[in-house]
Structures are given as structure tokens and as C-alpha cells.
Design a protein around this ligand. Structure first.
Ligand SMILES: N[C@@H](CCC(=O)N[C@@H](CS)C(=O)NCC(=O)O)C(=O)O
Length: 227
């Protein structure tokens, strides 16, 4: 392998758990992990901002054999990259003119973009913004959109298949599964079909390890501030 070291900057149960899960599925335990205390503001320190101007987790730091370091941001990109980089793990249909690949990419982006956007709006307006800035109409809009548009699509798929893109687990399940756990913390995705899906996912050793620290996650920051 052209790379010697992988290091994940992580905070429990956040979007970095997606990358941690994908790393565990592909590399096993062969990567470093550093916990970034988000509520202590470590992501705003100059050293961290130098790596990630978006002041968030995850960061995946990839050291090449020549010693140079590449910084990767965006959890969904990390999950997709790792799945493609380790085809023998069978986490993604091979690139090419295949409808399986088209469907897989659609669900990967649906989770990493569309679903994530709705969940983030709920988090922002229910947990992070000050009462002057929080807008209950925004949470109402996205809660409603999630229940009436997202949940039926997920349910439709999981009624006929075990995983989101068919009968086999794929990297799209990492993003959908993480989002579903996130959604459940807002009392969304409560249909038994979602619970059964999550129990299938949570039987995976990589899932158990990726979320082993989830109890440390504090939904409310010590003092609410503008995100
Ligand atoms: N689009 C980015 C979003 C990352 C993100 O917002 N992470 C949150 C935790 S889930 C964070 O670190 N927030 C701290 C901050 O913004 O100060 C990704 O998916 O990697």
C-alpha cells in the first residue's frame, strides 16, 4: 500500500463515527484515533483550523510512504473512498455503467447530502442556536419533510430488502445507518422496520466498535452558541 498511516480526528457518535465505522470495515484496527473535544472548542484552535477550516470532525489524515500527509474532510467522501479502495471488502458495486452502482451512489448522496441537511437543520435549531436565533418554523418544516418524504422512501426499500441497496450490506448502509440513529435521537425513524434494520447493522463488529463510545455524546453543548 502506498500509505503508511491513517489517523481519524473523532468525537463520539457524530459524523466521524461514519468514518470510524468505514475504517473498521476496511482496515480493521490499523489506524490511529484522536478525540477532539468539540465542547471545549478544540476545533477552533489554530492548529486544528489549519487542518480543517470548517472546524469540524471528522478529519482523516493519510500519511504516504514518502512521509507527506494528505488531509481529507467530509465523512461521506471518506466512506465512499474507503469502500472503493478495498474492493475485496465488497462494500460497493464496482464503478462502471451498472445500475447497482447508480443506485448505490444515489443512496450514498441521499444520506450524506439530503438527509444530513434535514437532520442538521433540526440539530441547529433545536440544540445549538440561541433562543433569539432558533426558528421553530425551520424544525417544523424539516421534521415534516423527513417524516412525509424521507421515511417512506427508506421504508419502501427496507420492506423488500435487508439493506438499503439490496440484500447485501454496502457503504451506503454506513451513512444511512448513522443518519437513522441520529434521526431516532429526534424521535424520527421509529417504525419497527427501522429498528429491525438497525439491529441487523448493529450485529456487525465494526458497528459495535464504531459506536462503543456513543454514550459520551452530549446532545446539548455546555452553553448554547452560534454554530
Ligand atoms: N459535512 C461534514 C460535516 C461535519 C460536521 O459538521 N461535524 C460536526 C459533528 S457531527 C462538528 O464537528 N461540529 C463542530 C463545529 O462545527 O464546530 C461531514 O460530513 O464531515
Amino acid at each position: 500500500m502506498e500509505y503508511t498511516k491513517f489517523k481519524l480526528y473523532h468525537y463520539p457518535a457524530t459524523r466521524s463515527a461514519r468514518a470510524r465505522w468505514a475504517l473498521l470495515e476496511t482496515l480493521g484496527e490499523d489506524f490511529e484515533i484522536e478525540r477532539i473535544e468539540l465542547y471545549q472548542g478544540i476545533q477552533y484552535t489554530p492548529a486544528y483550523l489549519d487542518k480543517n477550516p470548517n472546524h469540524n470532525v471528522p478529519i482523516l489524515e493519510i500519511t504516504r510512504t514518502d512521509g507527506t500527509v494528505h488531509i481529507m474532510l467530509e465523512s461521506a467522501a471518506m466512506v465512499a473512498w474507503l469502500a472503493d479502495a478495498f474492493p475485496e471488502k465488497e462494500l460497493a458495486p464496482a464503478p462502471g455503467l451498472s445500475l447497482e452502482r447508480a443506485d448505490y451512489l444515489q443512496m450514498l448522496h441521499f444520506a450524506g447530502g439530503w438527509m444530513d441537511m434535514m437532520l442538521w437543520q433540526i440539530r441547529l435549531h433545536e440544540h445549538l442556536l440561541s433562543s433569539e436565533e432558533a426558528d421553530p418554523r425551520t424544525t417544523k418544516r424539516y421534521r415534516n419533510k423527513f417524516v412525509t418524504e424521507v421515511e417512506p422512501q427508506l421504508k419502501g426499500r427496507l420492506t423488500s430488502t435487508d439493506f438499503i441497496c439490496g440484500m447485501n450490506f454496502s457503504a451506503a448502509d454506513i451513512l444511512i445507518g448513522h443518519n437513522m440513529l441520529w434521526a431516532q435521537s429526534y424521535q424520527l425513524c421509529e417504525d419497527p422496520i427501522f429498528k429491525q434494520y438497525l439491529s441487523r447493522l448493529s450485529a456487525r463488529p465494526a458497528f459495535i466498535q464504531a459506536f462503543a463510545d456513543a454514550e459520551d455524546f452530549e446532545p446539548e453543548p455546555p452553553a448554547r452558541k452560534t454554530a
